[in-house]
Design a protein. Structure first.
Length: 106
């Protein structure tokens, strides 16, 4: 089943929209907590199948290999695509990150 982007306001779907999708960095709890903070879904924890589409990252967050677009290991999504298609740049709230970190590291 094609993965839908984890951002609640984003309708991009893997294999339907010609975009790159990236798994949540579950092994990197600090980076992962920042991703979760930006996704900003209530009581939501990412799984192995959770993915974000490339639209939420800056060009500088990527590097290219011969085969495909890759994400730098410390890249964090920062563009939220609002339903009205006006992009907002998300400011990370450090208090949210700290709460998330305490959840993830249990
Ligand atoms: Zn998306």
């Amino acid at each position: 089943m094609p993965a839908k982007c984890a951002f609640p306001t984003c309708n991009n779907t893997q294999n339907i929209d010609k975009l790159s999708f990236f798994q949540f960095p579950l092994n990197e709890s600090k980076v992962c907590a920042q991703w979760v903070a930006v996704v900003n879904r209530k009581k939501w924890i990412p799984t192995m199948s959770s993915k974000s589409c490339e639209k939420h990252f800056d060009i500088s967050d990527f590097y290219n290999t011969k085969k495909k677009k890759r994400l730098k290991p410390d890249a964090v999504p920062k563009h939220i695509i609002a339903p009205d298609r006006i992009e907002e740049v998300f400011e990370l709230d450090i208090s949210i990150i700290l709460i998330l970190l305490s959840i993830i590291e249990v």
